[in-house]
Design a protein around this ligand. Sequence first.
Ligand SMILES: *Cc1c(COP(=O)(O)O)cnc(C)c1O
Length: 368
Amino acid sequence: MKVPFIDLAPQTKLIQSRLLSAWKKILTSQRFILGEYGQALERSFASYHGVPEAVGVASGSDAIYLALRALDIGSGDEVITTPYTFFASAGSIVRTGAKVVYCDIDPKTYNMDSRLVAKKITHKTRAILPVHIYGLSCDMDPLLKLARSRSIHIVEDAAQSIGATYHGQKTGTLGDLGCFSFYPTKNLGGAGDAGMVVTRSSKLAMRIKALRNHGGLKKYHHDEVGVNSRLDELQAASLLLKLPYIDRWNRSRQSHASYYNEALKGLPLETPFVPEGYTSNYHLYTIRCERRDGLSDYLAQKGIGAGVYYPVPLHLQPCFKDQGYKIGFAPKSESACREVLSLPMYAELTLSQKKAVVEAVRSFYKRS
Ligand SMILES: *Cc1c(COP(=O)(O)O)cnc(C)c1O
């Protein structure tokens, strides 16, 4: 039995007829940008998060970039983040002109190690950008305490963590601004690119609304230089139809994760660790093992989808070569990059698919 790493078809099927009629309405209305669907999505997304403000943007990457811009972060400033994440976390900081300062991870959660952050703070630090990797919250309390005592902002990269909680509170609502991605394979995925910023500050929300529209809220008047980064109506309609399912979908992922955790017991691999008081949305179900490449090749042969998130830490990316980072700078991130493997995970996984995944992993270890 083949099991894909992810399958978007069931969710598309679920909303397809409603989506096509919404898209037809949009096509007829000729209102493609900043219309009623986008506004409705912003309201629903804010309400889902229990915050007053949500601003739709063109991607998760832009959400991070615009959140930092709204805080006036740019050239001469430093932003602390993790090297163990998708490129956009650091790429968006670089785009503002600020310097990325990397903090290594806690090898158990793969998240930025809150205990190491204080050492990274300088007089130039303006923000900390925790990334809730794989859909598990960072340890936020120490970060929030640090931020308060040093007047530093917290911008959460919640691109992977919609619906995940930290001591009962949703990720993305813990810091000053929370950034979300609706890339198609995210837990809440659009039919293309889109993103969102949530915040409790109406001032910051207004600023992002201007920045996403070339720095102007009034037509042809520009208070500053922004970008074109709006969430279009076609995307908004699709996300609006999917949002009501997100908690159900996340619960399904959690139950698949419990199945995997149980069924993989006794093998020489680590299953995901979720600290007390946290809930993961299992954007990815990531195991860790010494013979990762062997297992990965074996699963590919058996038709089981698996992926490496991430093979190269950001400080060692070729585009940052001139920063002079050496291997060994962030040892915990670097070894995770050699040992992690994500298994098939999406809400609609069936029991026989999960069994096939586990059987294939077990047979790899039996064989060798
Ligand atoms: C997906 C992702 C992003 C970027 O989102 P896009 O919508 O693809 O621009 C940023 N950070 C993390 C951790 C992500 O997984």
